[in-house]
Design a protein around this ligand. Structure first.
Ligand SMILES: C[S@@+](CC[C@H](N)C(=O)[O-])C[C@H]1O[C@@H](n2cnc3c(N)ncnc32)[C@H](O)[C@@H]1O
Length: 224
């Protein structure tokens, strides 16, 4: 199936409110294992140092950032998001958890991350790469602002092979979601990349050292 791009930003307030409801459910199945794995494997989480800085690119309504902040009391998370309304809902979620001192909201474009080289100990981009028409700039920016190798981590859906499968996954995984979210998940699947496309993007960027794996059958994990 050919890639069909979707709007870059999730701009509407209704979308942000609905997204947050859905994310609260899927966060347990997706964000939780990512946080657990990162805390187990990334050296920065062993530091017990209040200066650990984590970047959450396209951080949406904050469910992932909140999970990391609750799991490790030392980290400071910078949630970078372009949509005002996603940030508005993220702010409410963060305030409800009392984590406003440790999760910093940054309204900015992931293609031009407003931080200096090596500012972050680790950076994550979850379910946001497929929003990019050309994801190269986002990948290069994550690498630029992150210290060392192996700490720029991207997870996203893999594009199914057919429209039928996209519709099936959207309805199956969206079973507890609103109609709007099922439609958006369908659009996301059609906008996602294949493993081959990711490899070809990395190749074009001359990135040779990375780990790229399929997770279950609908996701990939890329560590650079
Ligand atoms: C599907 S949501 C994922 C949110 C969150 N990472 C999660 O896993 O629940 C993708 C988010 O990326 C944001 N986004 C897309 N392009 C962006 C860009 N260039 N810069 C910053 N945020 C962006 C969208 O506005 C949207 O909130």
């Amino acid at each position: 199936m050919k890639r069909v791009t979707e709007p870059e930003v999730m701009g509407a307030l209704e979308e942000a409110v609905d997204y947050s409801k859905t994310a609260k459910i899927y966060s347990f199945f997706m964000h939780k294992p990512i946080v657990d794995e990162a805390i187990r494997n990334l050296p920065c989480f062993k530091l017990e140092d209040e200066k650990i800085k984590i970047l959450d690119v396209g951080g949406g309504t904050g469910e992932f950032a909140i999970r990391i902040a609750k799991k490790n009391k030392f980290v400071k998370i910078y949630l970078l998001e372009l949509s005002k309304n996603m940030l508005k809902v993220a702010k409410q979620n963060i305030l409800r958890e009392g984590l406003q001192d440790r999760i910093i909201l940054v309204q900015a474009d992931a293609k031009k991350i407003p931080f200096s080289k090596n500012f972050f100990d680790a950076s994550f981009c979850l379910n946001a790469l497929h929003h990019q028409k050309n994801p190269e700039d986002v990948i290069m920016e994550m690498i630029r602002v992150t210290k060392g190798a192996g700490a720029s981590i991207i997870y996203d859906s893999l594009r199914p092979s057919s429209e039928f499968l996209s519709r099936f996954y959207a309805n199956f995984f969206g079973i507890f979601s609103s109609r709007l979210m099922i439609k958006e998940y369908y659009d996301s699947l059609r906008a996602s990349f294949t493993i081959r496309e990711i490899e070809s993007i990395l190749n074009s960027l001359k990135i040779n050292s990375f780990s790229l794996n399929k997770r279950f059958f609908v996701y990939f994990r890329l560590i650079i």
